[in-house]
Design a protein around this ligand. Structure first.
Ligand SMILES: C[S@@+](CC[C@H](N)C(=O)[O-])C[C@H]1O[C@@H](n2cnc3c(N)ncnc32)[C@H](O)[C@@H]1O
Length: 219
């Protein structure tokens, strides 16, 4: 099967920048009480509904979000398109499981997961591919399972030919929370919570508003 160009570009881009990306973002949660609050609330919702249930994080990158959720008692596995990111996450967090994988074709059985996290990873999915990706999330989640998605808010696509001194071809797609919520509804999810953080000048990454949605798979 021929792979979509966006997947090969995203994989090779993150393979190239993995160490620099990890260096920049591995401590981001330390300075973000609202992110920690959303992740903690999500963890509680997941375990209330499915105690001892399993979770995956798709696009786990350097692994710090999966490690944070594991520190809250969650049984989580990170998956990422980029083997370099997976190697790095395994080295940094040897107690957490990380595997190479693609969020649109997950190696998980139907209805098998209590929770799924996509933390700034759907930002690389072209609009036409988002509905099938959300359908895949719906397939692997158990009824009542929770999904958390985080992304930058906006309407534009920021293309990078260069990142951290490496040649890449990466598209960063900003999204509107209402549009993401509508797609989640179409895929069979009810919206549970929506947080939109105002922009802060603290870092380049937070200069634009950030959204975090939690949704639940409908019976
Ligand atoms: C912006 S980074 C976010 C990483 C991490 N969640 C964080 O917040 O630092 C996006 C990550 O998603 C991964 N990714 C992008 N598209 C993916 C896909 N279709 N399947 C799996 N991983 C993907 C990339 O390789 C990259 O590691």
């Amino acid at each position: 099967m021929i792979e979509s160009t966006y997947l090969s570009d995203t994989r090779s881009g993150y393979d190239a920048i993995a160490p620099s990306y990890a260096e920049t973002f591995r401590s981001e949660l330390d300075d973000s009480p609202l992110d920690r609050a959303m992740l903690a609330g999500f963890a509680e919702l997941v375990s209330d509904r499915h105690p001892d249930g399993r979770l995956i994080e798709v696009g786990s990158g350097p692994g710090h979000v999966a490690a944070y959720l594991q520190s809250l008692g969650m049984s989580i596995r990170g998956i990422d398109l980029s083997a370099a990111m997976v190697d790095l996450a395994r080295r940094e967090y040897p107690d957490v499981t990380f595997d190479v994988g693609e969020m649109g074709a997950l190696d998980a059985a139907d209805d098998s997961l209590a929770g799924l996290v996509a933390w700034y990873s759907i930002i690389h999915v072209p609009p036409a591919h988002l509905p099938p990706v959300f359908t895949e999330f719906h397939r692997v989640l158990a009824t009542g399972g929770h999904l958390l998605v985080a992304f930058q808010v906006g309407d534009d696509v920021v293309h990078h030919d260069e990142a951290f001194g490496h040649q890449v071809s990466l598209d960063f797609r900003r999204l509107q929370p209402s549009a993401v919520a509508a797609l989640l509804d179409e895929a069979g999810f009810d919206l549970t919570a929506e947080l939109v953080r105002a922009p802060t000048p603290a870092s380049a990454a937070t200069k634009i508003p950030q959204a975090c949605l939690i949704a639940c798979k409908r019976p």
